[in-house]
Write a protein that binds this ligand. Structure first.
Ligand SMILES: Cc1cc2nc3c(=O)[nH]c(=O)nc-3n(C[C@H](O)[C@H](O)[C@H](O)COP(=O)(O)OP(=O)(O)OC[C@H]3O[C@@H](n4cnc5c(N)ncnc54)[C@H](O)[C@@H]3O)c2cc1C
Length: 467
């Protein structure tokens, strides 16, 4: 195959894979360029929670749902900040996409779909995920890609970074240059599907000045595609919608350590026995608050977006596992080896070890213990099963952490990258997280990063036909 393609795709991740597959299904010659050692992007590490309405699975379980109801929920959870045109497109496509995955061997957990509370909850069970999280989706897509590669319709270049875009004299984008021997790859359409910038602190602070980045993102999410799109006249949108996640812990046990949820701070899933304090030793929200967006917002306001979960030996022994997503072995390992988990004989020593104001922490715990006795908490918490009084005491550091980037390129509904005047930059398309928080808006709507990346990738792939 020559270096002239119908489509060149920057990033073989969640959006890039279906794009390449569905474009190749229709006869397009595709070059898929991936910076990492394997294809998959976020699918290699994410929870893989998708959402979709009107699916066969819902029908089998007698769940009455529709794209219109899904859209209503997206509007509600995003507090009216979603881009309705794109959200409407996404919800129409997502149910059928999940059916398609099922038809193609998607290994789903038994009790799907569910209502989940890691994000503000939908009104109807419409969240689905596989036995191996995001990798279950990859297990469906990868053989399809391999078939196209074997047939010569798709060329995959791993360990290869797109460095720049090639423009024609008329200003159209006509290809890319990579960091491998400055190779130039020409195509009729160039698609940026290189994900977000959550692993690039410098770009993060340029886009979100003053906002701390505790990164839970894919480690190759460096935002190069976004920079390239902006460099040829694209426009940055949604950057004002920064909402980090609530309560990530640094997981050293992962192949590439990053911040991630421990799961145990969602009151709907696990009752809260602990208190959460900031560096001043003060509580700043009612720990049984059911709104994850509220908790996320409150944590983000604390110095450095950081706090500590505080409890004592009795709570450690009697409460359900704080590391709710972990098995016993991993939890024990965390208590023993993780720097973010500290224990001390006294509250004073605990405060000193964490860098928390000791008098502040002492007063907070004393006040909380009184509230446990009276049942009246100054922050309005109602579930207070035990005082915190029997050492050793424990502190688990939690962070306002980022898994997805909210700033992105402006596109039209054909995913053509737009310039300041609203005109499409010829030849240039973008899809996936590089579009920023167009659907979740200023909220975080369950499954509405991953599933739109998949369905918009597919949709664009179906449109970029060979001549
Ligand atoms: C830990 C985690 C959990 C998540 N869980 C969920 C969830 O359950 N539900 C949900 O809706 N969303 C979730 N998300 C968000 C969602 O996974 C992402 O927004 C979505 O998968 C992004 O898809 P993408 O194709 O845009 O990017 P990616 O899947 O990241 O793919 C981009 C690809 O581009 C490659 N690339 C980058 N730069 C270059 C370059 N210069 N040249 C060539 N290639 C390049 C990358 O290596 C990567 O493979 C999660 C994110 C994370 C990090």
């Amino acid at each position: 195959m020559s270096n002239m393609f119908d489509v060149v795709v920057m990033g073989a991740g969640t959006a890039g894979l279906p794009l390449a597959i569905f474009a190749a299904d229709r006869g397009a010659k595709v070059c898929l360029i991936e910076r990492g050692p394997e294809v998959g992007g976020c699918l290699l590490i994410n929870r893989g929670q998708m959402s979709g309405a009107g699916t066969q699975l819902q029908k089998q379980r007698g769940i009455d749902d529709s794209p219109a109801k899904h859209l209503d929920d997206v509007i509600r959870i995003s507090k009216g900040t979603t881009d309705r045109a794109f959200a409407a497109m996404a919800v129409d496509l997502q149910g059928p996409f999940i059916d398609w995955l099922m038809e193609n061997g998607f290994e789903i957990l038994d009790d799907m779909p569910r209502i989940i509370h890691g994000h503000e909850a939908y009104d109807i069970p419409r969240t689905y995920w596989g036995r191996e999280d995001g990798r279950s989706i990859l297990k469906v897509l990868k053989p399809m890609l391999d078939k196209h590669v074997a047939a010569g319709r798709v060329v995959v270049k791993l360990h290869t970074s797109v460095r720049s875009l090639i423009k024609s004299e008329s200003g159209a984008v006509i290809g890319v240059e990579t960091d491998t021997n400055n190779e130039r790859i020409l195509a009729r359409s160039v698609v940026l599907s290189s994900g977000g910038y959550g692993a690039n602190p410098a770009l993060h602070s340029k886009i979100h000045p003053g906002k701390t980045l505790w990164s839970g993102s894919y480690h190759l999410a460096h935002g190069r595609g976004l920079e390239l799109g902006l460099g040829v006249g694209g426009v940055l949108v949604h950057a004002d919608k920064f909402l980090p996640g609530f309560g990530g812990i640094l997981d050293h046990t992962l192949a590439v350590p990053r911040y991630r949820s421990m799961g145990g701070l969602t009151p709907q899933d696990r009752p809260q026995w602990e208190v959460v304090v900031n560096a001043r030793g003060q509580r700043f929200y009612a720990e049984d608050c059911g709104s994850v967006d509220q908790r996320a917002h409150d944590l983000a306001q604390q110095p450095d977006g950081r706090a500590w979960v505080i409890f004592d030996e009795t709570i450690k022994r009697e409460a359900p596992n704080l590391f709710y997503y972990f098995n016993r072995e991993k939890t024990d390992d965390f208590y023993k080896r993780n720097k973010g988990v500290v224990s001390a004989a006294t509250l004073q020593d605990l405060a000193a070890a964490c860098g928390i104001d000791a008098p502040g922490l002492g007063k907070t715990i004393a006040d909380y213990n009184v509230a446990v006795g009276t049942g009246k908490d100054s922050l309005g918490r109602t579930f207070m099963p035990k005082k915190i009084e029997n050492g050793p005491f424990y502190a688990v550091a939690i962070f306002s952490y980022t898994v997805r980037s909210v700033g992105g390129l402006k596109v039209d509904t054909g995913f053509r990258v737009l310039d300041q005047n609203g005109s499409a930059i010829p030849g240039l398309y973008a899809v996936g997280e590089i579009l920023g928080s167009m659907i979740s808006g200023a909220g975080a709507v369950g499954g509405m990063s991953l599933t739109p990346a998949l369905v918009f990738g597919r949709l664009l792939g179906e449109k970029l036909l060979p001549i």
